[in-house]
Design a protein around this ligand. Structure first.
Ligand SMILES: CC/C=C\C/C=C\C/C=C\CC/C=C/CC(=O)SCCNC(=O)CCNC(=O)[C@H](O)C(C)(C)COP(=O)(O)OP(=O)(O)OC[C@H]1O[C@@H](n2cnc3c(N)ncnc32)[C@H](O)[C@@H]1OP(=O)(O)O
Length: 306
């Protein structure tokens, strides 16, 4: 076991050193169609806002990385940082995760330019930030509520799965689910396990195979979300605040211990396997087949917009 781990650590270091090497299959370049997918490192350090209310014990984390709250490395680090900041305030017991984009998009999942023709030095760090975000949110001592006012595909769905409670707006145009197979990729095992835990094995099996994006009503039926907000009802923010208050009435130690019962094993599993997970991801996502499919998917997104 220890030999295996050290070999994989070595491979990851190798990945990091590959930074100066050009991506190997430049024939996959279709940049002329993909001009809107060219950004990589974020310069903006204002990607999320944390608003803590010591009186109510609730903090609200608003994501606003335009245009779609896709998860670049910096975005994931900002969300992780905000979760830790909220946790460091002992008066805060609950966190509402939401989007403040005018479009309402909750999160479009991983930033696709991080996966397509990736910067090879950045790729392992990018994936480690994704793992860290999962660990920070899924394992948070805070009660966490996802207030989902718009689409939440793939890693956007992961953000909500990592919360304790999910409230979604009942708009059939807003869909949620792990659609990775449609992009020619696959969810990592720890994310697939969250799906299985939340919607059950058979539902997860079918949805992972087909890359299903559920409408809010379908998501409610399979248990992917806990509550829907219809127009005319009280606002999604008010409902999230009410749910947060309900969680806060539970003694914190008991609440945290209860969370540990259902999540501890999976958190320990990934914590002990991060390097191998990163190594697998880097090898998988850079294969020619995956790169080609990602390129076609990006083109399809750009064309759909036109
Ligand atoms: C055995 C196996 C073991 C182990 C496996 C281990 C590892 C696995 C390997 C890999 C796994 C990798 C995991 C990936 C998870 C992901 O999250 S992949 C990302 C998936 N995301 C999507 O498919 C979403 C794509 N986007 C959309 O469907 C729509 O944009 C959306 C519904 C979110 C919003 O639609 P709409 O309101 O119509 O807006 P637009 O489509 O016009 O989009 C607005 C702008 O946002 C840009 N954009 C959208 N999504 C992304 C994105 N994910 N990344 C970057 N940019 C995005 C879009 O281009 C528009 O930009 P523009 O306005 O043109 O500048």
């Amino acid at each position: 076991m220890s030999v295996h781990v050290s070999q994989s650590a070595h491979k990851i270091q190798l990945w990091r050193r590959l930074g100066s090497v050009q991506y190997r299959d430049s024939s996959l370049l279709q940049r002329q169609h993909l001009s809107s997918f060219s950004s990589k490192a974020d310069r903006n350090d204002d990607l999320v806002t944390l608003e803590a209310s010591p009186d109510t014990g609730v903090a609200t984390l608003r994501m606003h990385r335009s245009p779609a709250n896709s998860l670049s490395m910096e975005m994931m680090q900002s969300i992780s940082g905000a979760i830790r900041k909220a946790e460091s305030d002992r008066k805060i017991q609950s966190l509402i995760l939401t989007s403040s984009l005018p479009s309402g998009i909750f999160s479009a999942g991983l930033e696709l330019t991080e996966l397509y023709q990736p910067d090879l030095a950045r790729l392992p760090k990018f994936w480690e930030s994704f793992q860290q975000l999962y660990l920070d949110l899924y394992g948070s001592r805070l009660s966490t509520i996802a207030s989902i006012g718009g689409p939440a595909p793939a890693a956007g769905c992961m953000l909500s799965l990592s919360c304790d409670y999910r409230i979604m707006t009942d708009n059939p145009k807003c869909t949620i689910g792990l659609n990775e197979s449609q992009l020619g990729i696959v969810a990592p095992p720890w994310l697939a396990q969250q799906y299985i835990d939340v919607i059950g094995n058979r539902n997860a099996e079918l949805a992972l195979l087909l890359g299903t994006l559920f409408t809010p009503q379908q998501a409610l039926t399979v248990g992917l979300v806990d509550e829907l907000v219809c127009s005319g009802d009280s606002s999604i923010d008010e409902m999230a605040q009410r749910k947060a208050a309900e969680f806060i009435r539970i003694p914190p130690k008991a609440r945290v211990a209860a969370k540990e019962l259902t999540r501890g094993t999976q958190i320990a599993k990934l914590s002990g396997n991060r390097e191998e997970d990163t190594e697998f991801f880097c090898s998988f996502v850079t294969t020619d087949t995956v790169q080609k499919t990602l390129g076609s998917y990006l083109e399809m997104l750009a064309k759909r917009k036109k």
